[in-house]
Ligand binder design. Structure first.
Ligand SMILES: NC(=O)c1ccc[n+]([C@@H]2O[C@H](COP(=O)([O-])OP(=O)(O)OC[C@H]3O[C@@H](n4cnc5c(N)ncnc54)[C@H](O)[C@@H]3O)[C@@H](O)[C@H]2O)c1
Length: 244
């Protein structure tokens, strides 16, 4: 389905980013897995054994503009184009508001909000030159709904929703779509340590989402939802619409 399409995913060495990359690969795309963890090159080489696409790993730190620019320029010189990007790298310090230190706040905003901003800006420059492109950012329940203890993370994820809308409007006429997918509670290394188990009883569907499930939503929004821009799509087992 996505043969001859090229997709890049940030934060792809594990968790949801890995699953999104694998879904692109399953659908036949060439996929560039990126992560600041150098193990991403091995992870991608392993994935490449199972799929027909040309799947590679590139080290990219979303907090550094020169690292983002270098990765994008390698992709263009190797593939000649980039159709889809998923800005997935993120995470944050989860604590009740008054317990958040200056450093907790800065770390969360720098990785999630600023990291997504830097990636989007460089991707949009590339897409403007190329004449088209599709960006999917990564929100969270915290973009919209508050389970508590997420002051900095909510600020960042809500900000990502706002930046998605702003960039979508700025570039809608340029064939550039910008959307956001907000995963529900997903079992990944990010939320080991009891948080997930605490929140689970409030999920109407009474289970976690799998990374493979939400990955399908990301790939659909990136590749198929061709009249959709500026949206944040929640895949959350019903959490945002009611308690049960
Ligand atoms: N797991 C969940 O329940 C859940 C729910 C909602 C939203 N999310 C969001 O989904 C995204 C992925 O979450 P996950 O659970 O897979 O997390 P994870 O911690 O399992 O994976 C995150 C990946 O990002 C990479 N990364 C971290 N900092 C980076 C940087 N500066 N540059 C490049 N890569 C970096 C890590 O090395 C890791 O491979 C995040 O944006 C997170 O906020 C997760």
């Amino acid at each position: 389905m996505l043969k001859d399409r090229v997709a890049m995913v940030t934060g792809a060495a594990q968790g949801i980013g890995y699953a999104i990359s694998e879904e692109f690969a399953k659908q036949g795309a060439d996929v560039i897995l990126t992560d600041y963890n150098p193990k991403v090159t091995e992870v991608a080489a392993d994935m490449n054994k199972n799929y027909n696409g040309k799947i590679v790993g590139i080290v990219l730190n979303v907090m550094k503009t020169d690292s983002i620019q270098a990765a994008l320029s390698t992709i263009i010189s190797d593939y000649g184009k980039l159709d889809y990007v998923v800005n997935n790298a993120g995470g944050g310090v989860l604590k009740p508001f008054a317990e958040l230190t200056d450093d907790d706040f800065d770390k969360t905003i720098n990785l999630d909000l600023r990291g997504t901003f830097l990636c989007m800006r460089e991707e949009i420059k590339l897409f403007l030159k190329q004449g088209y492109g599709s960006i999917v950012n990564t929100g969270a329940l915290g973009s919209i709904y508050n389970p508590g203890g997420m002051g900095a993370y909510n600020a960042a994820k809500n900000g990502i929703m706002g930046m998605t809308q702003a960039a979508a409007v700025d570039y809608a006429e340029n064939n550039i779509r910008v959307n956001c997918v907000a995963p529900g509670l997903t079992k990944t290394p990010l939320n080991e340590g009891g948080f997930l188990e605490k929140i689970l009883p409030t999920v109407p569907m009474k289970r976690c989402e799998t990374a493979a499930e939400v990955a399908k939503v990301f790939v659909f929004v990136a590749s198929e939802a061709t009249f959709m821009t500026g949206q944040t799509i929640l895949s959350d087992g019903g959490v945002s619409v009611g308690l049960k």
